[in-house]
Structures are given as structure tokens and as C-alpha cells.
Design a protein around this ligand. Structure first.
Ligand SMILES: Cc1cc2nc3c(=O)[nH]c(=O)nc-3n(C[C@H](O)[C@H](O)[C@H](O)COP(=O)(O)O)c2cc1C
Length: 240
């Protein structure tokens, strides 16, 4: 495999949740936002807005909304990536909004931009972690950040100087990730082999006996934020 500084940076990504408390230099923060701003965008619709949360009271509330995640308070920066069709609607008053496809486009644009920000931060020696947990209270987050109709908070990002870095988390192998010309189901043997890899990884991280299924069950084998659908509908998304 060929590598370079960028490939190596991406391959060595780990989420950082513990920070030193040192602030991020303003020029570094600006670089992160500029890098995010340069991201690709569906039909150049530019479907994202970012809210930087500096108010300590709002940060504390966001941490609770995200499921009591201390990193939201302890990080040097916490920024929230929002899907935003409002700006386009203001420019194009005839915009026919509410299509499921538009929701998908907004999430793709916003996810791509969020990753650009994290990669830029990591390239500057910083670390961070996405906070999807804020969707535990997606409505309250929207109210706190005063998000109007045709917008919603998709994901947050903590950023700061790393105090601790986890080991690399082993991803599914390329053989399971990449197929040619058509989708290929993983074999039972491939699934079992990766389960072994993950179980070993969690064992090394002090969670012996934790399996792939054991990690998926609490997330997938139950109802998942059922209030999100009604909230998105109210905000003008996914109505048709
Ligand atoms: C959209 C998204 C939301 C996430 N939300 C959270 C979160 O709320 N809290 C958290 O600690 N990690 C969160 N993560 C980080 C993942 O847990 C992490 O990326 C994954 O376990 C792989 O670990 P790594 O990034 O260290 O390789 C999120 C990641 C993504 C992409």
C-alpha cells in the first residue's frame, strides 16, 4: 500500500475524549473551520451550518443532553454541525422542501463537513470526537441553539489537545468492506474472524468477553430515539 502524510493521518485516526485543558489557538480554530468550509456539497446546495458553543451554561446543558458526556464540557471547543435548508429557502422561496432525499443530502453534506473538520484538527496535532449523543435530546438541543425550521442538529464535535490517545480500533477488513461491481455478503467465517479480532481488542482495553454482537445489541436491538421522526417532520424534513 502506498502512503503519505494524509493517508497516514487518516489511517491513524482515533477518537480523543480526554483533553489537557489547553485552549485551541485561534488560528488553528480558523484553519479547522476553513477546511470544513471547503468540503464538497450536494449540487452545491451548501446544506450545513455550524454552531460553536462557547457559553459555559449551554455547554453544560449540551453535555447533559448528550447523555452526560463530560468531554462536551472539558473539550477546548464544542461545535455542532446542523443540516440547514433554511438559507437556501430564503434565496429560493419556491423551494419544495420536505423530501426524504433532501434529508439524505443534508446528512451527507453535513457528515462530510464534520469529518473534514476533525481531519483538519488531527493534522494540527489536536484530537476530537463526534457527539451523536446530542440526538438523545435533539429537540432540546435545537431549542438551546435556537435552530429554526428547516434546520436540525446532526452531530457535535469536541476538539482539544489530547491528554490520552486510545489504541487504534480495528475496522472490518477491506475484504468485507470493498466488493467489485456488486454487493457481496460477508461469509459466516469472515464475520466470526472479525468478531475474534474485536473481542481481543476489547479484552486488551479491559472489557474481557465483549463481542461484536455484545456491542451492537444495546444500540440496535431496541427502539432508537423514536422521537427523532416527529421532530424532523416538525422541522420540515422527511415529510414525503
Ligand atoms: C456520527 C458519530 C457520532 C458519534 N457519537 C459519539 C458520542 O456521542 N460519544 C462518543 O464518545 N463517541 C461518539 N462517536 C465516536 C465513535 O464511537 C468512534 O468513532 C468509534 O467507536 C470508532 O472509534 P475511533 O473513532 O476511536 O476509531 C461518534 C462517531 C460518529 C461517526
Amino acid at each position: 500500500m502506498r502512503t503519505n502524510e494524509t493517508v497516514s493521518l487518516l489511517c491513524n485516526h482515533v477518537s480523543v475524549r480526554d483533553f489537557t485543558g489547553e485552549p485551541i489557538a485561534p488560528e488553528d480554530f480558523d484553519a479547522i473551520i476553513e477546511a470544513a468550509r471547503a468540503s464538497s456539497s450536494t449540487c452545491f446546495l451548501q446544506l450545513t451550518s455550524i454552531v460553536r458553543v462557547t457559553d459555559p451554561e449551554k455547554r453544560a446543558k449540551m453535555a447533559v443532553y448528550a447523555g452526560n458526556q463530560a468531554q462536551v464540557v472539558n473539550a477546548a471547543e464544542f461545535i455542532v454541525f446542523c443540516v440547514d435548508f433554511r438559507r437556501d429557502l430564503r434565496v429560493c422561496g419556491e423551494a419544495d422542501l420536505g423530501w426524504a432525499e433532501q434529508l439524505v443530502a443534508g446528512c451527507v453534506d453535513t457528515g462530510i463537513m464534520a469529518q473534514s473538520a476533525l481531519t483538519a484538527a488531527e493534522s494540527l496535532g489536536l484530537g476530537g470526537c463526534f457527539i451523536g449523543g446530542l440526538r438523545n435530546h435533539i429537540r432540546e438541543v435545537g431549542e438551546l441553539l435556537e435552530l429554526p425550521e428547516h434546520t436540525f442538529a446532526l452531530v457535535g464535535l469536541t476538539l482539544g489537545h489530547p491528554a490520552k490517545r486510545n489504541d487504534l480500533k480495528p475496522r472490518i477488513p477491506v475484504s468485507m468492506l470493498l466488493s467489485e461491481n456488486a454487493y457481496r455478503d460477508a461469509t459466516d467465517e469472515e464475520l466470526a474472524a472479525y468478531d475474534k479480532v474485536l473481542t481481543n481488542y476489547y479484552g486488551d482495553r479491559g472489557m474481557p468477553g465483549t463481542t461484536w454482537k455484545g456491542k451492537l445489541d444495546p444500540i440496535l436491538a431496541r427502539e432508537r430515539r423514536p422521537f427523532v421522526q416527529a421532530y424532523l417532520n416538525e422541522q420540515g424534513f422527511n415529510r414525503k
